[in-house]
Design a protein around this ligand. Structure first.
Ligand code: SIN
Length: 266
């Protein structure tokens, strides 16, 4: 099966058209998608019509799925592997997580094995707003000023979940297990400090890195279209959701996310 790939920005990201991922994919098609994902870091599969099980099946081609700590209360009924990210309310209760990804982060960074990647499928979208930003952490590492590179060299950071008490320690600079490229792994949503540094010193260094990480040239903002399935590589990409309309009652954004389990960062 052939498909088309079109880069979406100079930072990262490519649009994939001409493929229906709800159908079983042969090995060579899967290998081409895998290669495109490693090259572009974020893939946007357009015009998909996926049942929850089809999203799970496609996600599992990349590895076993991980369960988000919020999935206990925010999973899709009957599908524990699907996390619901939604502004909808039913019977006075949120049907999923309303405010996922309020700051730059990579998914499950507070786990011993953070996520390999996540797939987010758009089911209902607002007329405006609700974009998702993606930042290329390979580019951020490559452009990191030499003094900051020296300051973080060989250091580990502490990570903590805001939704559970899980925490972990990981290298500030990690090496991608498949491409061998280095990227910056610390993020303002889930990193809480630097091992062996006092809080003020660690925070000062982290804030300089966060400022650097969000240079415009590293970022692509995705404006969602109905039927988009977006697959990002958490090992070298950070993301953030635009929540500026979260309190607007007319703002409906409803999505299903699957999360693919990853390795221990090194
Ligand atoms: C997330 O952090 O997984 C949510 C991203 C989004 O809702 O755009």
């Amino acid at each position: 099966m052939s498909f088309q790939i079109r880069p979406l920005s100079d930072a990262l990201g490519a649009e994939i058209t001409g493929i229906d991922v709800s159908r079983p994919l042969d090995e060579s098609t899967f290998a081409a998608i895998h290669e495109a994902h490693l090259a572009h870091l974020v893939l946007v599969f357009r015009d998909q019509q996926l049942t929850p099980q089809q999203q799970i099946d496609f996600s599992q081609r990349f590895g076993p799925l991980d369960v988000h700590p919020s999935q206990g209360k925010a999973h899709l009924e009957g599908y524990p592997d699907i996390l619901v990210i939604s502004t909808k309310r039913e019977n006075g209760r949120d049907v999923g997580i309303r405010n996922a990804g309020p700051k730059w982060h990579s998914d499950l960074a507070y786990r011993e094995r953070p996520a390999l990647g996540s797939m987010l499928y758009a089911l209902e979208l607002p007329d405006r707003g609700g974009d998702t930003g993606f930042a290329n952490m390979y580019k951020a590492y490559d452009a990191l000023p030499a003094d900051l590179k020296r300051a973080v060299d060989g250091k580990r950071a502490l990570f903590h979940s805001t939704r559970s008490s899980i925490d972990a320690r990981h290298p500030i600079i990690r090496t991608h297990p498949e491409t061998g490229q280095k990227s910056i792994f610390v993020n303002p949503q889930l990193t809480t400090g630097i091992e062996g540094m006092d809080a003020a010193e660690g925070d000062a260094l982290l804030n300089m890195i966060y400022f650097h990480n969000t240079r415009r040239t590293f970022i692509y903002w995705h404006q969602w279209k109905p039927g988009d399935l977006v697959f990002w590589d958490n090992r070298c990409v950070q993301h953030i959701a635009d929540h500026t309309r979260l309190d607007d009652p007319d703002y409906i954004r409803h999505m299903h996310r699957t999360t693919i389990a990853g390795d221990v960062p090194f």
